[in-house]
Design a protein. Structure first.
Length: 347
C-alpha cells in the first residue's frame, strides 16, 4: 500500500472520530431512562389491556381485531428488545439482557440472544456479501450472483420475487419463532440457554393456552394466522427500507466504518407518527453510526450527521416510506431479471 493510501485511510478514520466528538458534545449518547420507563409502562398497559379485551370478548370472530392489535403490540415490544440489545436503555449488560429477554422471549416468543448475535453481525458488515446475514435470506436473492445460483422452483420464485416479497413477509413471524427454537435447542447458540428456553415455553403456553381455551378451533387457527402473519408483515416492512436496494459491498471491501455505514443505509423521512410506527429505525444512518444512541436522540442527531456527510461528500440517502418500499421492490425486480429462463425449468 502506498504512503498516499495510508494517509487517506487515516484521514477517513479520523472523520468518524470528529463526528463522534460532535455527537457526544451535543449530549446525544446520554441514556434516557425516563423515556424508556414511560414507553415500557405504556406498552405493558396496552399488552395487558389487549389480553383483557380478548378474555372479555370470548368466543367471537371479533377476536381477529384483537389479533391485529396484538401484532402491533408484539412488534413494538420487539423494538424495545432491539434497543435493549444495543444497550440504548442501560449501560449494564445484565439490565439490558433482562429487558431484552422479557420483551423478546416472554412477550413475543423470539429468542433475544439469537437475534442479538445475528443483528450484531449485520451491524458489523451491513450489505456485505458473505458477512451480512440479512442479505442471505431464502428464498429471496439480493445480489445477481445469488440469483444466478438458483435452479428450478427457487429460480422461479426469484424471477418473481418482487411480487412475492410482501406475501412472503406474512411468514416472517413463523420464521422468527422457528429460528428461535432452533437456537435454544442447539448447545452453544445462546448464552443464557436455560432462561431463554424457559421464557419461550412460558410464552407458548400462555399464548396458545389462551387461544385454545377461549376460541373455537376454527377461530383459534384464524387468530394465530392473522396475529403472526401481521406481525411478520409489520416487522418485515419496518426493517426492509433500512438497507434493501442500497449498495451491496464485496466481501473484501475496504471502506472505512463511516462510509460503510452511511452508504449502505437508507433513512425514511420521519415525523412523530412514522418514528413510532418504525420504532425509530427510520433514522437508520444515525442508528448504524451510533448503535447505542437512545432512540429519542436519533431525530436530533440527523441534522448534525447529514450536514457532516455533506461537508465530506459522503452520499446520504433519505426518502419517504412509500418510495423506500418502491426502491426495495425495484431492486428485487432487477435482481430477479438476472435469472436465466432455462434455470426456471432446469437445464
Amino acid at each position: 500500500m502506498s504512503d498516499a493510501s495510508v494517509q487517506t485511510g487515516r484521514q477517513r478514520g479520523s472523520q468518524y472520530a470528529d463526528l463522534s466528538r460532535l455527537v457526544r458534545a451535543a449530549g446525544l449518547l446520554e441514556r434516557r431512562p425516563g423515556y424508556y420507563v414511560a414507553r415500557i409502562g405504556v406498552l405493558a398497559g396496552c399488552y395487558v389491556g389487549a389480553w383483557t379485551l380478548f378474555a372479555l370478548l370470548g368466543e367471537s370472530w371479533w377476536q381477529l381485531g384483537v389479533a391485529a392489535v396484538l401484532a402491533v403490540i408484539f412488534a413494538q415490544a420487539g423494538f424495545i428488545g432491539h434497543d435493549a440489545g444495543h444497550r440504548q436503555i442501560f449501560r449494564s449488560r445484565r439490565a439490558s439482557d433482562l429487558v431484552g429477554l422479557v420483551h423478546g422471549n416472554l412477550l413475543v416468543g423470539i429468542s433475544f440472544g439469537w437475534w442479538v448475535d445475528k443483528h450484531n453481525r449485520h451491524h458489523a458488515h451491513p450489505n456485505s456479501e458473505g458477512h451480512d446475514p440479512d442479505i442471505t435470506v431464502r428464498p429471496l436473492s439480493f445480489t445477481p450472483s445469488q440469483a444466478r445460483q438458483q435452479r428450478g422452483l427457487a429460480a422461479l420464485m426469484v424471477r418473481h420475487q418482487a411480487y412475492l416479497f410482501f406475501p412472503l413477509l406474512l411468514l416472517e413471524g413463523l420464521h422468527l419463532h422457528v429460528s428461535s427454537v432452533r437456537a435454544v435447542v442447539r448447545p452453544g447458540r445462546v448464552r443464557q440457554r436455560r432462561a431463554e428456553a424457559a421464557l419461550l415455553i412460558m410464552h407458548a403456553c400462555g399464548y396458545l393456552g389462551a387461544v385454545l381455551l377461549v376460541l373455537s378451533p376454527g377461530q383459534a387457527v384464524a387468530f394465530v394466522l392473522v396475529n403472526q402473519g401481521l406481525l411478520g408483515l409489520y416487522l418485515g416492512a419496518s426493517f426492509a427500507p433500512n438497507h434493501k436496494g442500497m449498495p451491496i459491498l464485496a466481501a473484501d471491501d475496504q471502506l472505512d466504518y463511516l462510509r460503510r455505514q452511511v452508504i449502505t443505509s437508507r433513512n425514511v423521512r420521519g415525523n412523530p407518527f412514522i418514528d413510532w410506527v418504525l420504532g425509530g429505525l427510520n433514522y437508520q444512518i444515525e442508528h448504524h453510526l451510533f448503535p447505542s444512541m437512545p432512540r429519542p436522540h436519533l431525530r436530533r442527531a440527523q441534522p448534525l450527521v447529514r450536514r457532516f456527510c455533506a461537508e465530506h461528500r459522503i452520499p446520504y440517502h433519505e426518502t419517504t416510506l412509500a418510495r423506500s418500499w418502491a426502491q426495495v421492490l425495484g431492486h428485487l425486480r432487477s435482481v430477479g431479471a438476472d435469472v436465466d429462463s432455462r434455470d426456471v425449468v432446469g437445464r
